[in-house]
Design a protein around this ligand. Structure first.
Ligand SMILES: Cc1cc2nc3c(=O)[nH]c(=O)nc-3n(C[C@H](O)[C@H](O)[C@H](O)COP(=O)(O)OP(=O)(O)OC[C@H]3O[C@@H](n4cnc5c(N)ncnc54)[C@H](O)[C@@H]3O)c2cc1C
Length: 416
């Protein structure tokens, strides 16, 4: 793998940038692999990378029906945080955040991690109570979380509506300083490049259409590029996972909804943190290019359509303008949607399902970008060892039969 550095950039500059190599090899399917992963999003690519890097498996393929990172991984608003409520969730999301903190170096690929901090803002005493509860839970679970006063928040966010008649006047909220954003495409491309360098085959434009199950075991997959033999299969296909699991006779407790996001025209720096308003559900950050990136809650009509609509635009944009009336001058540049996989207790599903050798990593709903390194690590552990890592154990599908739900919607008030 060509190493990226200031020196390489300088040397390439001298030769007119003609010596750059493709970041990853475009592979065609081999007849058989040790392990196959369906879905070339962040979770699938990270799984392949850790399978090769940590567990030494080299005959691994990632099958992607479109282009890598073209699913939710390339459609999200890039917020990374670990401000969750239950110890199981904190163990999972903070593990991901710790891996993110070293990822640019590990992959030799700048994922543009920017730990600019995140404020979950409250505008009623009741919401301040919720924020206090979240901050206490975070501290008890060993994660950096503090209460921020209204004065501190207004100092940090000078453009926030501070007029006497503001409908959602900010009373403060819960602050996580290690939270932030990272470049989503770079996460997918960085994992793809590093996995490819370790021998993983990354196969784009290859749709998995069927599962070959023999004697209760996975024996292979049917694809649009022909059959592939493999006795270990990982599915990390976000909203497409229920349909794929159904091919193995498994019914998952997942609904798929469109989640929408928006980008404004780029402007000069004016917002140096990530902000989520409990009152409006709208959240935002400013990208490195200067655009305002913002989103809100789910469009609660089950769908597989990856496009935006006007009612969501009205709800989410009005939330933005309640917080920042000055942003009314900005032009909206883009609006889009991704199909997210929502589980009743708002926590992911990681573990074995159906026939032996089949494992899933899904149910991340609106919040799986921040979990990519951990999700990949944990699915790789399952595929390599056949057993749970201690962090993934609570997220097994059997929690619905055991009644040990991890209800993060009720716990931390998150939207997914
Ligand atoms: C608008 C929006 C905003 C979001 N904001 C955030 C955020 O700020 N922070 C955060 O943490 N999360 C956020 N998320 C959620 C996050 O994007 C997802 O949870 C995460 O990207 C899921 O990654 P993944 O790898 O599991 O899925 P994906 O990136 O969707 O990858 C799955 C891949 O599987 C492929 N596939 C499907 N079926 C098949 C098949 N049969 N054969 C082969 N390939 C197949 C798809 O083409 C896709 O590329 C947001 C999501 C959206 C839509």
């Amino acid at each position: 793998m060509m190493r990226y550095s200031g020196f390489t950039l300088f040397r390439q500059g001298l030769s007119g940038h003609r010596g750059w190599q493709p970041a990853w090899d475009k592979a065609t399917p081999k007849p058989a692999y040790d392990a196959v992963i369906v879905g070339g999003g962040g979770h699938g690519l990270a799984t392949a990378y850790y399978l090769a890097k940590v567990h030494g498996l080299r005959r691994v393929a990632v099958l992607e029906k479109g282009w890598i990172g073209g699913g939710n991984t390339g459609r999200n608003t890039t917020v990374i945080r670990s401000n969750y409520f239950y110890p199981e969730s904190v163990a999972l999301y903070d593990f991901a955040l710790r891996l993110y903190e070293g990822l640019s170096k590990e992959l030799n690929y700048n994922i543009m991690l920017s730990q600019r901090g995140m404020l979950i803002a409250a505008h009623t005493p009741m919401q301040m109570e919720i924020c206090t509860r979240i901050a206490n839970a975070m501290q008890l679970n060993g994660v950096d979380g503090t209460l921020m006063s209204g004065a501190e928040a207004r100092e940090r966010l000078p453009l926030l509506n501070q007029t006497a008649d503001a409908r959602f006047a900010c009373l403060g909220g819960v602050w996580q300083g290690r939270a932030g954003v990272a470049r989503h495409d770079a996460v997918a491309w960085g994992y793809a490049r590093a996995a490819s360098a370790l021998g993983v085959d990354i196969i784009e434009n290859c749709t998995v259409t069927g599962l070959d199950i023999r004697g209760g075991r996975i024996a292979g997959v049917e694809t649009t590029l022909g059959p592939i033999r493999n006795d270990r299969l990982g599915i990390a296909a976000a909203g497409a996972t229920p349909g794929l699991a159904a091919l193995a006779g498994v019914r998952l407790p997942i609904h798929t909804y469109a989640l929408q996001a928006f980008v404004s025209e780029p402007v000069k720096p004016m917002l140096d943190t990530v902000l989520l308003y409990l009152g409006t559900g709208t959240y935002l950050s400013q990208s490195d290019k200067g655009e305002l990136v913002f989103g809100g809650g789910l469009d609660r009509v089950p769908t597989h359509g990856q496009r935006g609509n006007l009612p969501s635009q009205e709800t989410i944009t009005s939330g933005l303008l309640e917080m920042f009336p000055a942003f009314g001058q900005l032009k909206l540049l883009r609006q889009w949607a991704g199909v997210v996989d929502v589980v009743p207790d708002s926590s992911p599903v990681i573990g074995p399902v159906g026939p032996e050798g089949l494992f899933i990593n899904c149910g991340w709903g609106t919040g799986g970008f921040k979990a990519i390194p951990a999700g990949g690590w944990l699915l790789a552990h399952l595929l390599a060892t056949g057993t749970h890592h201690e962090i993934s154990r609570p997220f097994d599908l059997d929690r619905f039969a055991r009644g040990r739900l991890i209800d993060e919607a009720a716990g931390s008030g998150i939207a997914h």
